[in-house]
Design a protein around this ligand. Sequence first.
Ligand SMILES: *[C@@H]1O[C@H](CO)[C@@H](O)[C@H](O)[C@H]1NC(C)=O
Length: 139
Amino acid sequence: MTWEALHLPLVLLLFASGSWAQVEENEVVWAVQQQVVSVKCPSTPPAGEYENKIWCKETKPGYCLKLVTSTRPQVMAQNPPHFIWDNPSAGFFIVIVTEITKKSSGTYWCGIDRGPKESIYILKNISLVVTSIFWAALL
Ligand SMILES: *[C@@H]1O[C@H](CO)[C@@H](O)[C@H](O)[C@H]1NC(C)=O
């Protein structure tokens, strides 16, 4: 059995359940190349000032490369192909990756960026698994 054949049922399951399906803290997201992927990240509406939201890629344990940062509510934060849309009162924000390649595979965090000297507060740890484009034709 090939890698793709092995994972087809899982890919179909993902689409059947909707790509918004939310698992607290950790999530495995399956994607095919050239697909757009969205991830829903939980956030508690802040009592005070807006808290910057971040999407980053874990480069080694405990380290994360910043990809896009949202510094304002209800404004699309852009660093193509990475985007964040945050509506704090909704209790979540949305990360969108508009271009998935084989290299997109890996571990990502969405979280709160507390500035250069402070660490990222991780809201969710996402394992992105990229499978062959072949299956995109079936979906
Ligand atoms: C995120 O999840 C991956 C895969 O399970 C794991 O290797 C990594 O250590 C986790 N990172 C953090 C900061 O929890």
